[in-house]
Design a protein around this ligand. Structure first.
Ligand code: KG4
Ligand code: ZN
Length: 341
């Protein structure tokens, strides 16, 4: 029997990338168009919400047209429209949600609302065709740091989260302190290669009674204090050593906690997701820790780690199969919780 392919047109505008993609049967990316605003926001050292919303409005139609053209399909061929409706910047989210509702209404195609973080997790399905739940996923992005049990498609349990800064936020703040500019993650990743990760011992925070929670604000302060005290004493400091030692402190905590959680929850598959999952040292250290502990390790290519619409299309596909349909009442929810509908 021939089964019909299911095509999802996905839209993502939760932060500073205007993105659209076409995904076939949940695993095959036919197109993945990303219009990044990074150059614009660099001027201000971070994402300016008002500018992000306006830029999304300017770009969204063109990005969707490109996604359809590159996939060599028309709206007519599409089975459903998937869109990120939270969490994220409310004005930015609204552009994607309004656009998706308009397309859904005009084309009479069903609408599926997607959770941005569930999208990040789902990025792992694109290149790992054999990956299926259950597995443990570490999600590390600019706004989130979560350890999540993926029990089945669309069924998540959060077992750990950050109490303060997200991992990516810490990268961005430390990068700014050592004069690297925005976004800091990739720059610290690069500069660390020239530094000694053992040069400075920065703190690794543990939260009492919450073995899988994270805290990065103390680490960020320790880096700032280190720089200040060098400046007070008129001592030179080595930026590459700071970058490498800071990065090592973050990675050490992320890897240790992930491996402990995998063991204690009896998970033999570990995945990573989100912008910080593009970090080359995190990938290496997580891979070797998984290997040592007999765990299978999965990660998306860097392009599917940072924000994109392909991952939203994958999550939308599994939600669609489960019967999830949004109405034209769908709204942007800036603080949407994972697993919430
Ligand atoms: O997932 P993402 O694109 O957006 C959010 O949903 O937040 O993540 C962006 C974050 C930024 O903080 C950025 O500095 C960080 O991911 N990032 C990295 C790397 N590439 C991006 N952090 C460390 N190393 C990288 N190579
Ligand atoms: Zn993201």
């Amino acid at each position: 029997m021939m089964t019909k392919d299911i095509l999802i047109l996905a839209i993502e505008t939760s932060c500073d990338e205007t993105a659209a993609a076409v995904v076939k049967n949940g695993r095959e990316v036919l197109s993945n168009i990303i219009s990044s605003q990074i150059e614009l926001h660099k001027l201000y050292g971070g994402v300016v919400p008002e500018i992000a919303s306006r830029k999304h409005i300017e770009k969204i139609n063109q990005v969707i047209e490109e996604a359809l053209a590159e996939a060599k399909v028309t709206l007519h061929d599409v089975d459903a429209i998937g869109v990120t409706y939270g969490p994220g910047l409310v004005g930015a989210l609204l552009v994607g949600v309004a656009e998706a509702k308009a397309i859904s209404f005009a084309s009479k195609k069903p609408l599926v609302g997607v959770h941005h973080i569930e999208g990040h997790v789902s990025a792992n399905y694109i290149e790992n065709k054999d990956l299926e739940p259950p597995f443990l996923c570490l999600i590390v992005s600019g706004g989130h740091t979560h350890l999540v049990l993926v029990k089945e498609y669309g069924n998540y349990e959060i077992i750990g989260r950050t109490r303060d800064d997200a991992a990516g936020e810490a990268f961005d703040k430390v990068a700014r302190a050592i004069g690297l500019g925005y976004p800091g993650g990739p720059k610290i990743d690069q500069l660390s290669k020239e530094g000694n990760k053992k040069a400075i011992v920065f703190p690794r925070a543990r939260i009492e009674d919450a073995p899988y929670d994270f805290s990065f604000s103390g680490l960020k302060s320790a880096v700032l204090n280190y720089i200040n005290s060098c400046e007070m004493k008129n001592e030179e400091y080595n930026r590459a050593d700071i970058a490498a030692s800071f990065q090592e402190a973050v990675i050490d905590v992320l890897v240790t906690r992930t491996i402990e959680a995998a063991k204690n929850y009896g998970m033999n598959k570990v995945a990573i997701a989100g912008g910080v999952a593009a970090n080359s040292s995190l990938r290496e250290e997580m891979r070797s820790a998984c290997q040592k502990n007999g765990l299978d390790f999965y990660h998306p290519s860097p392009i599917f780690c940072t924000d994109n619409a392909a991952m939203i299309g994958v999550a939308a596909y599994y939600d669609f199969l489960k019967g999830s349909r949004a109405t034209l009442e769908l709204n942007a929810i800036p603080n949407l919780k994972i697993g919430e509908r």
